[in-house]
Design a protein around this ligand. Structure first.
Ligand code: ADP
Ligand code: MG
Length: 596
Protein backbone atom coordinates (compact mmCIF):
# COMPACT_ATOMS: atom_id res chain seq x y z
CA UNK A 1 0.00 0.00 0.00
CA UNK A 2 1.31 3.42 -0.96
CA UNK A 3 0.10 6.35 1.07
CA UNK A 4 -1.15 9.31 -0.99
CA UNK A 5 -0.63 12.87 0.21
CA UNK A 6 -3.63 15.15 -0.23
CA UNK A 7 -2.43 18.28 1.49
CA UNK A 8 -0.37 20.76 -0.52
CA UNK A 9 0.87 24.28 0.17
CA UNK A 10 -1.09 26.77 -1.98
CA UNK A 11 0.88 28.53 -4.66
CA UNK A 12 1.55 32.14 -3.74
CA UNK A 13 -0.72 33.32 -6.53
CA UNK A 14 -3.62 31.22 -5.32
CA UNK A 15 -3.07 32.35 -1.73
CA UNK A 16 -3.07 35.95 -2.88
CA UNK A 17 -6.26 35.43 -4.82
CA UNK A 18 -7.94 34.06 -1.75
CA UNK A 19 -6.65 36.91 0.37
CA UNK A 20 -7.88 39.33 -2.28
CA UNK A 21 -11.39 38.13 -1.60
CA UNK A 22 -11.06 39.72 1.82
CA UNK A 23 -9.22 42.89 0.95
CA UNK A 24 -10.51 43.76 -2.52
CA UNK A 25 -14.22 43.41 -2.89
CA UNK A 26 -14.94 46.19 -5.34
CA UNK A 27 -13.29 49.20 -6.96
CA UNK A 28 -14.01 51.14 -3.79
CA UNK A 29 -11.61 48.94 -1.82
CA UNK A 30 -8.86 49.44 -4.41
CA UNK A 31 -9.26 53.20 -4.17
CA UNK A 32 -9.24 53.09 -0.39
CA UNK A 33 -6.12 50.93 -0.13
CA UNK A 34 -4.15 52.88 -2.71
CA UNK A 35 -5.04 56.28 -1.30
CA UNK A 36 -4.20 55.11 2.21
CA UNK A 37 -0.81 54.01 0.94
CA UNK A 38 -0.27 57.48 -0.51
CA UNK A 39 -1.24 59.07 2.78
CA UNK A 40 1.13 56.72 4.63
CA UNK A 41 3.86 57.77 2.18
CA UNK A 42 3.40 61.37 3.31
CA UNK A 43 1.77 62.66 0.13
CA UNK A 44 0.29 66.16 0.28
CA UNK A 45 -1.50 65.92 -3.07
CA UNK A 46 -3.30 62.80 -4.21
CA UNK A 47 -5.04 62.52 -7.55
CA UNK A 48 -7.51 59.73 -8.20
CA UNK A 49 -8.90 58.91 -11.62
CA UNK A 50 -11.44 56.14 -12.14
CA UNK A 51 -12.81 54.84 -15.43
CA UNK A 52 -16.03 52.85 -15.55
CA UNK A 53 -16.34 53.36 -11.80
CA UNK A 54 -12.88 51.85 -11.33
CA UNK A 55 -13.66 48.57 -13.07
CA UNK A 56 -11.59 49.55 -16.08
CA UNK A 57 -9.03 51.73 -14.36
CA UNK A 58 -8.08 53.08 -10.98
CA UNK A 59 -5.18 55.48 -11.31
CA UNK A 60 -3.60 57.15 -8.28
CA UNK A 61 -0.87 59.78 -8.42
CA UNK A 62 0.84 60.95 -5.25
CA UNK A 63 3.76 63.16 -4.31
CA UNK A 64 4.80 61.00 -1.37
CA UNK A 65 8.16 59.43 -0.54
CA UNK A 66 8.21 56.99 -3.47
CA UNK A 67 9.93 53.59 -3.45
CA UNK A 68 13.39 52.28 -4.24
CA UNK A 69 13.87 49.44 -6.71
CA UNK A 70 13.97 46.82 -3.96
CA UNK A 71 10.96 48.27 -2.19
CA UNK A 72 8.78 48.39 -5.26
CA UNK A 73 9.61 44.76 -5.99
CA UNK A 74 8.60 43.80 -2.46
CA UNK A 75 5.54 46.03 -2.37
CA UNK A 76 3.36 43.52 -4.22
CA UNK A 77 4.58 40.58 -2.18
CA UNK A 78 2.12 39.47 0.47
CA UNK A 79 2.97 40.33 4.06
CA UNK A 80 5.62 42.74 2.86
CA UNK A 81 5.23 46.05 4.65
CA UNK A 82 7.46 48.93 5.67
CA UNK A 83 5.07 49.96 8.41
CA UNK A 84 5.47 47.48 11.23
CA UNK A 85 8.12 44.94 12.09
CA UNK A 86 7.54 43.85 15.67
CA UNK A 87 4.58 42.83 17.75
CA UNK A 88 5.06 46.01 19.75
CA UNK A 89 4.38 48.03 16.58
CA UNK A 90 1.16 46.13 16.08
CA UNK A 91 -0.21 47.63 19.27
CA UNK A 92 0.85 51.12 18.37
CA UNK A 93 -0.09 51.63 14.76
CA UNK A 94 0.15 55.15 13.42
CA UNK A 95 -0.26 54.35 9.72
CA UNK A 96 -3.37 53.46 7.76
CA UNK A 97 -1.85 50.24 6.43
CA UNK A 98 0.14 47.60 8.28
CA UNK A 99 -0.84 44.19 6.94
CA UNK A 100 1.21 44.29 3.78
CA UNK A 101 -1.67 42.66 1.95
CA UNK A 102 -3.29 45.32 -0.16
CA UNK A 103 -0.97 45.56 -3.15
CA UNK A 104 -0.45 41.79 -3.23
CA UNK A 105 -4.20 41.27 -3.25
CA UNK A 106 -4.84 43.86 -5.94
CA UNK A 107 -2.06 42.39 -8.06
CA UNK A 108 -3.72 38.97 -7.77
CA UNK A 109 -6.93 40.19 -9.39
CA UNK A 110 -5.91 42.97 -11.80
CA UNK A 111 -3.09 44.28 -13.97
CA UNK A 112 -0.98 46.58 -11.85
CA UNK A 113 1.60 49.11 -12.93
CA UNK A 114 3.58 51.08 -10.35
CA UNK A 115 5.75 54.02 -11.40
CA UNK A 116 7.79 55.49 -8.58
CA UNK A 117 10.88 57.43 -7.60
CA UNK A 118 12.43 58.53 -4.31
CA UNK A 119 14.06 61.87 -3.64
CA UNK A 120 17.43 60.13 -3.19
CA UNK A 121 17.54 58.66 -6.69
CA UNK A 122 17.62 60.22 -10.13
CA UNK A 123 16.10 57.15 -11.75
CA UNK A 124 12.64 55.91 -11.12
CA UNK A 125 11.22 52.41 -11.49
CA UNK A 126 8.27 50.98 -13.35
CA UNK A 127 6.93 47.65 -12.20
CA UNK A 128 4.30 45.85 -14.26
CA UNK A 129 2.47 42.82 -13.03
CA UNK A 130 -0.27 40.53 -14.32
CA UNK A 131 -2.11 37.97 -12.21
CA UNK A 132 -0.16 34.71 -12.10
CA UNK A 133 2.94 36.02 -13.90
CA UNK A 134 6.25 37.22 -12.53
CA UNK A 135 6.38 41.02 -12.42
CA UNK A 136 8.75 42.97 -14.62
CA UNK A 137 10.72 46.01 -13.58
CA UNK A 138 12.58 48.63 -15.58
CA UNK A 139 14.15 52.04 -14.95
CA UNK A 140 12.17 55.12 -16.04
CA UNK A 141 12.21 58.88 -15.76
CA UNK A 142 9.49 60.12 -13.44
CA UNK A 143 8.72 62.64 -10.68
CA UNK A 144 9.31 61.90 -7.01
CA UNK A 145 6.29 60.04 -5.68
CA UNK A 146 4.25 57.10 -6.83
CA UNK A 147 1.66 56.38 -9.47
CA UNK A 148 -0.34 53.19 -9.39
CA UNK A 149 -2.50 51.98 -12.29
CA UNK A 150 -4.96 49.17 -11.59
CA UNK A 151 -6.51 47.95 -14.84
CA UNK A 152 -9.36 45.56 -15.59
CA UNK A 153 -10.22 44.56 -12.06
CA UNK A 154 -11.23 40.88 -11.73
CA UNK A 155 -10.75 40.15 -15.44
CA UNK A 156 -9.18 36.80 -14.66
CA UNK A 157 -12.02 35.93 -12.29
CA UNK A 158 -15.22 36.51 -14.30
CA UNK A 159 -17.42 35.24 -11.48
CA UNK A 160 -16.22 38.00 -9.21
CA UNK A 161 -16.45 40.58 -11.95
CA UNK A 162 -20.08 39.65 -12.48
CA UNK A 163 -20.65 40.23 -8.78
CA UNK A 164 -19.94 43.93 -9.22
CA UNK A 165 -22.91 46.28 -9.39
CA UNK A 166 -23.74 48.83 -12.08
CA UNK A 167 -21.24 51.57 -12.78
CA UNK A 168 -23.54 54.03 -11.06
CA UNK A 169 -23.62 52.02 -7.85
CA UNK A 170 -19.92 51.26 -7.88
CA UNK A 171 -19.18 54.90 -8.57
CA UNK A 172 -21.26 55.89 -5.61
CA UNK A 173 -19.20 53.58 -3.40
CA UNK A 174 -16.00 55.06 -4.77
CA UNK A 175 -17.33 58.57 -4.18
CA UNK A 176 -18.25 57.75 -0.62
CA UNK A 177 -14.80 56.41 0.11
CA UNK A 178 -13.26 59.50 -1.48
CA UNK A 179 -15.47 61.65 0.71
CA UNK A 180 -14.38 59.76 3.82
CA UNK A 181 -10.72 60.03 2.87
CA UNK A 182 -11.03 63.73 2.08
CA UNK A 183 -12.88 64.49 5.32
CA UNK A 184 -10.42 62.45 7.35
CA UNK A 185 -7.37 64.19 5.88
CA UNK A 186 -8.01 67.92 5.43
CA UNK A 187 -4.24 68.44 5.34
CA UNK A 188 -4.03 66.61 2.00
CA UNK A 189 -5.22 68.00 -1.32
CA UNK A 190 -7.43 65.51 -3.15
CA UNK A 191 -8.23 65.72 -6.83
CA UNK A 192 -10.84 63.24 -8.00
CA UNK A 193 -11.82 62.53 -11.60
CA UNK A 194 -14.53 60.35 -13.07
CA UNK A 195 -12.96 59.72 -16.47
CA UNK A 196 -12.19 63.21 -17.74
CA UNK A 197 -14.81 64.87 -15.50
CA UNK A 198 -13.52 66.57 -12.38
CA UNK A 199 -15.62 65.47 -9.41
CA UNK A 200 -13.75 67.52 -6.85
CA UNK A 201 -10.49 69.26 -6.21
CA UNK A 202 -10.25 70.11 -2.52
CA UNK A 203 -7.42 72.31 -1.31
CA UNK A 204 -5.63 71.83 1.99
CA UNK A 205 -7.55 73.59 4.73
CA UNK A 206 -9.34 73.28 8.04
CA UNK A 207 -11.89 70.57 8.68
CA UNK A 208 -14.66 73.14 8.28
CA UNK A 209 -13.32 74.21 4.91
CA UNK A 210 -13.07 70.59 3.90
CA UNK A 211 -16.66 69.97 4.94
CA UNK A 212 -17.80 72.94 2.90
CA UNK A 213 -15.94 71.59 -0.09
CA UNK A 214 -16.99 67.98 0.19
CA UNK A 215 -20.46 67.92 1.73
CA UNK A 216 -23.30 69.98 0.37
CA UNK A 217 -23.63 72.00 3.55
CA UNK A 218 -22.25 75.28 4.78
CA UNK A 219 -20.46 74.59 8.04
CA UNK A 220 -20.68 78.20 9.21
CA UNK A 221 -24.45 78.23 8.96
CA UNK A 222 -25.50 74.67 9.29
CA UNK A 223 -23.19 73.01 11.76
CA UNK A 224 -22.15 73.24 15.37
CA UNK A 225 -18.63 72.55 16.54
CA UNK A 226 -18.05 69.80 19.04
CA UNK A 227 -15.06 69.71 21.29
CA UNK A 228 -14.88 67.76 24.49
CA UNK A 229 -12.57 65.63 26.51
CA UNK A 230 -14.17 63.24 28.90
CA UNK A 231 -13.08 60.00 30.55
CA UNK A 232 -9.98 59.86 28.40
CA UNK A 233 -11.81 60.37 25.10
CA UNK A 234 -11.34 63.45 23.00
CA UNK A 235 -14.34 64.18 20.80
CA UNK A 236 -14.06 66.82 18.11
CA UNK A 237 -15.59 67.80 14.81
CA UNK A 238 -18.92 69.18 13.77
CA UNK A 239 -22.52 68.08 13.82
CA UNK A 240 -25.21 69.44 11.52
CA UNK A 241 -28.11 71.50 12.72
CA UNK A 242 -31.47 69.81 12.26
CA UNK A 243 -31.99 71.88 9.12
CA UNK A 244 -29.05 70.10 7.50
CA UNK A 245 -30.32 66.62 8.22
CA UNK A 246 -30.88 64.09 5.47
CA UNK A 247 -33.22 61.30 4.53
CA UNK A 248 -30.31 58.87 4.64
CA UNK A 249 -27.15 58.37 6.67
CA UNK A 250 -25.04 59.61 3.79
CA UNK A 251 -23.79 62.60 5.75
CA UNK A 252 -22.37 60.66 8.69
CA UNK A 253 -18.63 60.32 9.09
CA UNK A 254 -16.78 58.91 12.06
CA UNK A 255 -13.07 58.80 12.61
CA UNK A 256 -11.04 57.29 15.36
CA UNK A 257 -7.38 58.07 15.84
CA UNK A 258 -7.28 59.30 12.25
CA UNK A 259 -8.95 56.26 10.77
CA UNK A 260 -12.40 56.18 9.24
CA UNK A 261 -14.53 53.82 11.28
CA UNK A 262 -17.99 52.34 11.40
CA UNK A 263 -19.71 52.14 14.75
CA UNK A 264 -23.41 51.67 15.06
CA UNK A 265 -23.24 52.43 18.73
CA UNK A 266 -21.51 55.79 18.30
CA UNK A 267 -23.80 56.74 15.41
CA UNK A 268 -26.72 55.93 17.68
CA UNK A 269 -25.28 57.97 20.52
CA UNK A 270 -25.04 60.98 18.21
CA UNK A 271 -28.51 60.53 16.75
CA UNK A 272 -29.99 60.19 20.23
CA UNK A 273 -28.77 63.70 21.06
CA UNK A 274 -31.15 65.00 18.40
CA UNK A 275 -34.20 63.72 20.14
CA UNK A 276 -37.21 65.89 19.29
CA UNK A 277 -35.18 67.84 16.78
CA UNK A 278 -35.68 65.55 13.83
CA UNK A 279 -38.63 63.92 12.18
CA UNK A 280 -38.81 60.19 11.85
CA UNK A 281 -36.66 59.05 8.98
CA UNK A 282 -34.35 62.05 9.18
CA UNK A 283 -30.69 61.54 9.98
CA UNK A 284 -28.27 64.08 11.33
CA UNK A 285 -25.12 65.02 9.46
CA UNK A 286 -21.88 64.70 11.37
CA UNK A 287 -18.14 64.55 10.98
CA UNK A 288 -16.80 63.45 14.34
CA UNK A 289 -13.32 62.35 15.35
CA UNK A 290 -12.54 60.41 18.48
CA UNK A 291 -9.08 60.33 19.91
CA UNK A 292 -8.32 57.82 22.58
CA UNK A 293 -5.60 55.52 23.81
CA UNK A 294 -5.10 52.93 21.01
CA UNK A 295 -4.85 50.31 23.74
CA UNK A 296 -8.51 50.82 24.50
CA UNK A 297 -9.72 49.87 21.03
CA UNK A 298 -9.23 46.94 18.74
CA UNK A 299 -9.07 48.01 15.10
CA UNK A 300 -7.79 44.69 13.99
CA UNK A 301 -11.09 42.88 13.72
CA UNK A 302 -11.64 43.17 9.99
CA UNK A 303 -9.31 43.44 7.00
CA UNK A 304 -11.23 46.49 5.85
CA UNK A 305 -10.27 47.87 9.23
CA UNK A 306 -13.42 49.90 9.51
CA UNK A 307 -15.16 48.23 12.43
CA UNK A 308 -13.91 48.96 15.92
CA UNK A 309 -14.41 47.42 19.31
CA UNK A 310 -14.06 49.53 22.44
CA UNK A 311 -13.07 48.11 25.80
CA UNK A 312 -15.79 50.27 27.35
CA UNK A 313 -18.60 50.57 24.82
CA UNK A 314 -20.98 52.17 27.28
CA UNK A 315 -18.48 54.76 28.49
CA UNK A 316 -17.71 55.80 24.93
CA UNK A 317 -21.43 55.92 24.10
CA UNK A 318 -22.21 58.20 27.02
CA UNK A 319 -19.22 60.45 26.44
CA UNK A 320 -20.25 60.96 22.80
CA UNK A 321 -23.90 61.52 23.65
CA UNK A 322 -22.96 64.04 26.27
CA UNK A 323 -20.58 65.96 24.01
CA UNK A 324 -23.09 66.23 21.17
CA UNK A 325 -25.99 67.20 23.43
CA UNK A 326 -23.90 69.92 25.03
CA UNK A 327 -22.84 71.26 21.64
CA UNK A 328 -26.42 71.34 20.35
CA UNK A 329 -27.62 73.08 23.47
CA UNK A 330 -24.92 75.70 23.21
CA UNK A 331 -25.81 76.37 19.59
CA UNK A 332 -27.73 79.48 18.82
CA UNK A 333 -29.79 79.54 15.67
CA UNK A 334 -31.24 82.83 14.47
CA UNK A 335 -32.70 83.65 11.06
CA UNK A 336 -29.55 85.29 9.74
CA UNK A 337 -27.88 81.90 10.10
CA UNK A 338 -30.37 80.29 7.81
CA UNK A 339 -30.04 82.02 4.51
CA UNK A 340 -29.63 80.46 1.14
CA UNK A 341 -27.04 77.78 1.60
CA UNK A 342 -24.16 77.79 -0.85
CA UNK A 343 -24.06 74.29 -2.16
CA UNK A 344 -20.62 72.82 -2.73
CA UNK A 345 -20.09 73.17 -6.42
CA UNK A 346 -18.19 70.22 -7.67
CA UNK A 347 -20.01 67.16 -6.42
CA UNK A 348 -23.15 68.52 -7.97
CA UNK A 349 -24.24 67.89 -11.49
CA UNK A 350 -26.88 70.02 -13.06
CA UNK A 351 -29.86 68.11 -14.40
CA UNK A 352 -31.11 69.73 -17.56
CA UNK A 353 -34.57 69.96 -19.00
CA UNK A 354 -37.90 69.06 -17.54
CA UNK A 355 -39.30 72.49 -18.31
CA UNK A 356 -39.18 73.32 -14.63
CA UNK A 357 -38.31 76.83 -13.51
CA UNK A 358 -36.13 75.48 -10.78
CA UNK A 359 -32.51 74.63 -11.28
CA UNK A 360 -32.02 71.02 -10.27
CA UNK A 361 -28.80 69.39 -9.18
CA UNK A 362 -27.95 65.89 -8.22
CA UNK A 363 -25.34 65.38 -5.56
CA UNK A 364 -23.20 62.68 -7.04
CA UNK A 365 -22.02 61.47 -3.67
CA UNK A 366 -25.35 60.97 -2.11
CA UNK A 367 -27.73 60.77 -5.02
CA UNK A 368 -29.77 63.51 -3.40
CA UNK A 369 -31.59 65.97 -5.61
CA UNK A 370 -31.32 69.66 -4.77
CA UNK A 371 -33.43 72.38 -6.27
CA UNK A 372 -32.67 76.07 -6.11
CA UNK A 373 -35.83 76.52 -4.10
CA UNK A 374 -34.68 74.93 -0.92
CA UNK A 375 -37.41 75.65 1.57
CA UNK A 376 -40.87 74.20 1.47
CA UNK A 377 -43.76 75.74 3.38
CA UNK A 378 -44.82 74.01 6.55
CA UNK A 379 -47.59 71.52 6.02
CA UNK A 380 -51.15 72.76 6.44
CA UNK A 381 -52.69 73.32 9.79
CA UNK A 382 -53.24 69.96 11.29
CA UNK A 383 -53.33 68.87 14.86
CA UNK A 384 -55.40 71.51 16.58
CA UNK A 385 -59.00 71.94 15.52
CA UNK A 386 -60.02 73.75 18.66
CA UNK A 387 -61.48 77.04 17.40
CA UNK A 388 -62.00 79.88 19.81
CA UNK A 389 -62.45 83.58 19.73
CA UNK A 390 -59.41 85.29 21.15
CA UNK A 391 -56.65 83.57 23.00
CA UNK A 392 -57.37 80.65 25.15
CA UNK A 393 -56.92 82.03 28.64
CA UNK A 394 -54.02 79.75 29.34
CA UNK A 395 -52.27 80.77 26.15
CA UNK A 396 -52.70 84.44 27.00
CA UNK A 397 -51.23 83.80 30.43
CA UNK A 398 -48.36 82.00 28.75
CA UNK A 399 -47.64 84.80 26.31
CA UNK A 400 -47.83 87.40 29.05
CA UNK A 401 -45.38 85.61 31.24
CA UNK A 402 -42.90 84.71 28.56
CA UNK A 403 -40.68 87.58 27.84
CA UNK A 404 -38.70 88.55 30.88
CA UNK A 405 -34.93 88.78 30.66
CA UNK A 406 -34.68 87.85 27.01
CA UNK A 407 -31.47 88.88 25.27
CA UNK A 408 -32.32 87.69 21.78
CA UNK A 409 -32.04 90.34 19.10
CA UNK A 410 -35.36 91.91 18.29
CA UNK A 411 -36.60 91.04 14.82
CA UNK A 412 -37.93 93.66 12.46
CA UNK A 413 -41.60 94.51 12.15
CA UNK A 414 -43.85 91.49 12.61
CA UNK A 415 -47.21 91.39 10.88
CA UNK A 416 -50.02 88.82 10.93
CA UNK A 417 -50.53 86.78 7.77
CA UNK A 418 -53.92 85.09 7.62
CA UNK A 419 -54.95 83.44 10.86
CA UNK A 420 -52.15 80.96 11.23
CA UNK A 421 -48.99 82.81 10.28
CA UNK A 422 -47.00 85.93 10.81
CA UNK A 423 -44.22 87.47 8.78
CA UNK A 424 -41.04 89.39 9.41
CA UNK A 425 -37.80 90.04 7.53
CA UNK A 426 -34.19 89.07 8.00
CA UNK A 427 -30.96 89.74 6.19
CA UNK A 428 -31.79 86.90 3.84
CA UNK A 429 -35.37 87.57 2.96
CA UNK A 430 -38.98 87.32 3.98
CA UNK A 431 -39.49 85.13 7.06
CA UNK A 432 -42.85 83.38 7.40
CA UNK A 433 -43.59 82.01 10.84
CA UNK A 434 -46.16 79.43 11.91
CA UNK A 435 -47.63 80.99 15.04
CA UNK A 436 -48.83 77.92 16.86
CA UNK A 437 -45.65 76.01 16.20
CA UNK A 438 -43.55 79.00 17.23
CA UNK A 439 -45.46 79.15 20.48
CA UNK A 440 -44.98 75.45 20.98
CA UNK A 441 -41.22 75.83 20.62
CA UNK A 442 -41.17 78.75 23.03
CA UNK A 443 -43.24 76.94 25.66
CA UNK A 444 -41.12 73.85 25.34
CA UNK A 445 -37.89 75.76 25.84
CA UNK A 446 -39.38 77.54 28.77
CA UNK A 447 -40.55 74.29 30.35
CA UNK A 448 -37.11 72.78 29.84
CA UNK A 449 -35.45 75.82 31.37
CA UNK A 450 -37.73 75.64 34.36
CA UNK A 451 -37.35 71.92 34.78
CA UNK A 452 -34.91 71.24 37.53
CA UNK A 453 -35.04 74.69 39.12
CA UNK A 454 -38.52 74.71 40.54
CA UNK A 455 -38.21 78.32 41.71
CA UNK A 456 -40.62 80.72 40.05
CA UNK A 457 -42.00 78.14 37.66
CA UNK A 458 -45.09 77.35 39.68
CA UNK A 459 -48.01 79.26 41.08
CA UNK A 460 -50.03 77.97 43.97
CA UNK A 461 -53.75 77.76 43.38
CA UNK A 462 -56.06 79.09 46.01
CA UNK A 463 -58.26 76.08 46.48
CA UNK A 464 -56.48 72.93 45.53
CA UNK A 465 -58.49 71.15 42.91
CA UNK A 466 -59.42 67.52 43.04
CA UNK A 467 -60.45 65.16 40.30
CA UNK A 468 -60.00 61.55 39.35
CA UNK A 469 -58.25 59.91 36.45
CA UNK A 470 -58.82 56.59 34.77
CA UNK A 471 -56.57 53.91 36.27
CA UNK A 472 -54.27 53.82 33.24
CA UNK A 473 -53.84 57.61 33.20
CA UNK A 474 -53.21 57.57 36.95
CA UNK A 475 -50.45 55.04 36.45
CA UNK A 476 -48.97 57.22 33.74
CA UNK A 477 -49.13 60.30 35.95
CA UNK A 478 -47.38 58.48 38.77
CA UNK A 479 -44.75 57.34 36.34
CA UNK A 480 -44.07 60.90 35.20
CA UNK A 481 -44.72 62.61 38.52
CA UNK A 482 -41.16 63.89 38.92
CA UNK A 483 -41.31 65.54 35.52
CA UNK A 484 -44.66 67.16 36.28
CA UNK A 485 -43.12 68.49 39.48
CA UNK A 486 -40.17 69.94 37.65
CA UNK A 487 -42.50 71.77 35.27
CA UNK A 488 -44.14 73.50 38.20
CA UNK A 489 -47.11 71.23 38.94
CA UNK A 490 -47.61 70.19 42.56
CA UNK A 491 -49.73 67.08 42.44
CA UNK A 492 -50.68 64.20 44.70
CA UNK A 493 -51.96 61.04 43.06
CA UNK A 494 -53.69 58.44 45.16
CA UNK A 495 -53.65 54.80 44.17
CA UNK A 496 -57.36 54.93 43.32
CA UNK A 497 -56.71 57.60 40.70
CA UNK A 498 -57.72 60.61 42.80
CA UNK A 499 -55.58 63.62 41.92
CA UNK A 500 -55.12 66.73 44.03
CA UNK A 501 -53.44 69.70 42.37
CA UNK A 502 -51.85 72.28 44.66
CA UNK A 503 -49.91 74.35 42.14
CA UNK A 504 -49.56 74.72 38.39
CA UNK A 505 -46.93 76.27 36.08
CA UNK A 506 -47.34 79.99 35.58
CA UNK A 507 -48.48 79.43 32.00
CA UNK A 508 -51.49 77.45 33.15
CA UNK A 509 -54.59 79.30 34.19
CA UNK A 510 -56.30 78.11 37.36
CA UNK A 511 -59.37 76.11 36.52
CA UNK A 512 -57.82 74.48 33.47
CA UNK A 513 -55.45 72.19 35.37
CA UNK A 514 -57.56 69.06 35.04
CA UNK A 515 -57.87 69.48 31.29
CA UNK A 516 -54.20 70.24 30.86
CA UNK A 517 -52.99 67.30 32.92
CA UNK A 518 -55.38 64.96 31.18
CA UNK A 519 -54.35 66.23 27.76
CA UNK A 520 -50.66 65.90 28.51
CA UNK A 521 -51.21 62.31 29.63
CA UNK A 522 -53.21 61.66 26.49
CA UNK A 523 -50.41 63.14 24.42
CA UNK A 524 -47.82 60.96 26.15
CA UNK A 525 -50.00 57.90 25.58
CA UNK A 526 -50.32 58.57 21.88
CA UNK A 527 -46.79 59.81 21.28
CA UNK A 528 -45.10 56.54 20.58
CA UNK A 529 -43.10 58.69 18.18
CA UNK A 530 -40.99 59.94 21.06
CA UNK A 531 -38.41 57.48 22.32
CA UNK A 532 -38.79 56.74 25.97
CA UNK A 533 -35.41 57.82 27.28
CA UNK A 534 -35.98 61.42 28.21
CA UNK A 535 -39.12 61.69 30.28
CA UNK A 536 -38.58 65.34 31.04
CA UNK A 537 -38.46 66.15 27.35
CA UNK A 538 -41.54 64.10 26.60
CA UNK A 539 -43.53 65.91 29.23
CA UNK A 540 -42.29 69.31 28.14
CA UNK A 541 -43.15 68.51 24.52
CA UNK A 542 -46.63 67.31 25.39
CA UNK A 543 -47.16 70.29 27.63
CA UNK A 544 -46.00 72.75 24.97
CA UNK A 545 -48.16 71.12 22.36
CA UNK A 546 -51.29 71.22 24.52
CA UNK A 547 -50.72 74.65 25.96
CA UNK A 548 -49.87 76.44 22.74
CA UNK A 549 -52.16 78.93 21.06
CA UNK A 550 -54.96 77.70 18.90
CA UNK A 551 -55.96 78.60 15.40
CA UNK A 552 -58.06 81.73 15.61
CA UNK A 553 -56.52 83.00 18.84
CA UNK A 554 -56.04 86.69 18.24
CA UNK A 555 -52.76 88.33 19.07
CA UNK A 556 -51.85 91.98 19.31
CA UNK A 557 -48.89 93.38 17.37
CA UNK A 558 -46.92 93.39 20.59
CA UNK A 559 -47.77 89.71 21.18
CA UNK A 560 -46.58 88.81 17.70
CA UNK A 561 -43.37 90.70 18.15
CA UNK A 562 -42.65 89.08 21.48
CA UNK A 563 -43.44 85.65 20.14
CA UNK A 564 -41.05 86.17 17.21
CA UNK A 565 -38.38 87.52 19.49
CA UNK A 566 -38.66 84.62 21.87
CA UNK A 567 -38.73 82.13 19.00
CA UNK A 568 -35.50 83.44 17.54
CA UNK A 569 -33.94 83.47 20.98
CA UNK A 570 -34.30 79.70 21.01
CA UNK A 571 -31.32 77.51 20.22
CA UNK A 572 -33.48 75.47 17.89
CA UNK A 573 -35.95 78.03 16.64
CA UNK A 574 -36.62 76.42 13.31
CA UNK A 575 -38.48 73.34 14.51
CA UNK A 576 -41.04 72.39 17.14
CA UNK A 577 -40.10 69.75 19.71
CA UNK A 578 -41.70 67.29 17.30
CA UNK A 579 -39.55 68.48 14.45
CA UNK A 580 -42.14 70.40 12.47
CA UNK A 581 -40.75 73.53 10.81
CA UNK A 582 -41.67 76.72 12.64
CA UNK A 583 -40.67 79.13 9.92
CA UNK A 584 -39.09 79.39 6.53
CA UNK A 585 -37.41 82.09 4.54
CA UNK A 586 -38.13 83.25 1.01
CA UNK A 587 -34.74 84.64 -0.03
CA UNK A 588 -34.53 88.07 -1.61
CA UNK A 589 -32.92 86.46 -4.64
CA UNK A 590 -36.07 84.48 -5.17
CA UNK A 591 -38.29 87.52 -4.67
CA UNK A 592 -36.22 89.39 -7.24
CA UNK A 593 -36.55 86.48 -9.62
CA UNK A 594 -40.32 86.58 -9.33
CA UNK A 595 -40.43 90.19 -10.41
CA UNK A 596 -38.17 89.68 -13.40
P1 ADP B 1 0.64 48.04 3.85
O1 ADP B 1 0.10 49.36 3.44
O2 ADP B 1 -0.25 47.31 4.78
O3 ADP B 1 2.04 48.11 4.32
P2 ADP B 1 0.43 47.45 1.04
O4 ADP B 1 0.34 46.18 0.30
O5 ADP B 1 -0.69 48.41 0.91
O6 ADP B 1 0.64 47.11 2.57
O7 ADP B 1 1.76 48.18 0.64
C1 ADP B 1 2.99 47.48 0.79
C2 ADP B 1 4.14 48.44 0.94
O8 ADP B 1 4.37 49.13 -0.29
C3 ADP B 1 3.93 49.53 1.95
O9 ADP B 1 4.28 49.10 3.25
C4 ADP B 1 4.84 50.64 1.45
O10 ADP B 1 6.15 50.47 1.91
C5 ADP B 1 4.84 50.43 -0.05
N1 ADP B 1 3.94 51.35 -0.75
C6 ADP B 1 2.71 51.09 -1.22
N2 ADP B 1 2.16 52.16 -1.81
C7 ADP B 1 3.06 53.16 -1.72
C8 ADP B 1 3.07 54.55 -2.13
N3 ADP B 1 2.02 55.12 -2.75
N4 ADP B 1 4.19 55.28 -1.85
C9 ADP B 1 5.23 54.71 -1.22
N5 ADP B 1 5.26 53.43 -0.80
C10 ADP B 1 4.19 52.65 -1.04
MG1 MG C 1 -1.61 49.67 2.37
Amino acid sequence: MVATNHIKILSEHLANQIAAGEVVQRPESVVKELVENSIDAGATTITVVVKEAGKKLVHIVDNGAGMSEDDVKLSIVRHATSKISTELDLHNISTMGFRGEALASVAAVADVEIRTRTEAEATGWALTSQPGNAPEIKPITTDVGTQVFVRNLFYTTPARRKFLKSDLTEFRHVSEVMQRLALGNPDVRFVFYDGSNLVFDVEVGSLKERIADVLAIDPARQTVSVSSRESGIEISGVVGLPSASRQSRSGQFLFMNGRSIVSRSIAHAIASSYEHLLDNGQHPVFVISLTLDPGRVDVNVHPQKSEVKFDDERGVYLAVQHAISAALQAASVVPSFLGEIPIARLPLQSLQGGGSEEATFVNRFTGEIHTSQRNTPPSAWGTHSNQGSGWSAAAQAGIDGLYSGNEAPEPNQVIPVGVEYMATTSAEGLVLIHKRRAHERVLYDRAMRNAGSSSGAEQAILFSSKFSLTPSRAVLLRQFIAEFLSLGFKIDVAVDGTVVVHAVPTDVKAGTEEAIIDEILQEIESSNKLPSVQNKERIAAAYASRQSIRKGDTMTDADLKRLARELFGSAVSHVTPKGEPTFFIIPYTELRGRFD
